[in-house]
Design a protein around this ligand. Structure first.
Ligand SMILES: NC(=O)c1ccc[n+]([C@@H]2O[C@H](COP(=O)([O-])OP(=O)(O)OC[C@H]3O[C@@H](n4cnc5c(N)ncnc54)[C@H](OP(=O)(O)O)[C@@H]3O)[C@@H](O)[C@H]2O)c1
Length: 269
């Protein structure tokens, strides 16, 4: 259901994604508040009335969150104890919470040996022993939070071609799922408006690639040479974004990894 009365919006954590949420929100005419544990150091350039000090581990700072504000939570929801206490301190009936989780929630010990790996939707088993998954699930089940299970985030300054250049990744048959930070940030805002409280959504561009394929394309198009292939028996995952597309009607700005990489390499995207 789309809401018509705008609530204040607070981005908890002004990091790589939070910055882009703030700038897209501002371009849509929204006054987006942003938080930091150290506002003087990390929020320079943001109008002071939009800056809030917030630290999950310091309850006195929770009072800085405006009453009734919608929240986009951009750091891991852990450890569990302060997550529970902070959520209980909020008037969660009147606000929406979108929290950024990770597709690593699906990394259970029972990884399939099928290849290519099966598509994973939101009904797949998750690893509830992980502290951040416990925090996300608590917020989803008890406070109606919308959990975004996010694939690998890339964009300017987080360039997969640099990961290859630096030897942080190498050719393998393992599948990787990615999402451009501009799409992720816009999806956070769409989830606040149109997401169903208490639901989880996978956030990925919907086009998993193997590192073999990405490294070969990097060599062919940009002359980027990877370090020697490593034997990797992991198959990786293929993350389905069907629910996101159906329920949030979101149109991706960067559906094609290689077009996005060309923009990043040219310094224009
Ligand atoms: N990187 C990936 O590929 C990837 C993939 C899937 C999911 N994710 C998840 O997506 C989310 C956003 O990622 P990102 O890379 O944009 O994050 P990021 O750059 O690390 O930014 C998160 C910000 O949150 C603030 N923060 C951290 N701990 C906090 C705490 N205990 N209390 C209050 N504020 C805190 C920090 O800002 P201050 O120091 O200014 O307080 C930090 O800059 C994270 O939850 C991340 O784990 C990332």
């Amino acid at each position: 259901m789309t809401r018509h009365i705008p609530s204040p919006l607070v981005v908890l954590g002004f990091g790589y994604t939070g910055r882009v949420v703030h700038s897209i929100g501002a371009s849509q005419g929204k006054a987006v508040h942003v938080t930091s544990r150290s506002p003087l150091n990390n929020l320079s350039g943001i109008p002071s009335e939009q800056c809030l000090r917030f630290d999950l581990e310091q309850p006195s700072t929770w009072l800085n969150i405006p009453a009734g504000a919608d929240l986009i939570w951009c750091f891991p929801a852990a450890p569990l104890e302060p997550v529970l206490a902070f959520a209980r301190s909020l008037d969660t009936t009147v606000r929406r919470i979108v929290i950024l989780g990770s597709t690593s929630a699906y990394d259970t010990s029972r990884e399939s040996t099928e290849y290519p790996p099966l598509w994973i939707d939101e009904s797949a088993p998750i690893d509830r022993t992980k502290p951040r998954v416990q925090g996300e699930e608590y917020l989803r089940q008890h406070h109606g939070a919308i959990v975004l299970r996010v694939a690998g985030i890339y964009g300017p300054g987080r360039n997969p071609l640099d990961w290859i250049r630096q030897g942080r990744v190498s050719p393998s048959r393992k599948y990787v799922n990615l999402i451009h930070v501009e799409d992720l940030a816009a999806i956070c805002l769409a989830a606040i408006e149109k997401g169903t409280p208490g639901e989880a959504y996978n956030v990925s561009d919907g086009a998993p690639h193997t590192w073999d394929e990405i490294c070969a394309t990097a060599q062919q198009r940009w002359g980027v040479t990877a370090t020697a292939a490593k034997e990797d028996h992991f198959t990786g995952k293929r993350i389905s974004n069907a629910k996101l597309r159906a329920e949030l009607s979101y149109t991706f700005k960067h559906p094609d990894l290689y077009e996005a990489l060309a923009l990043i390499e040219s310094g224009t995207g």
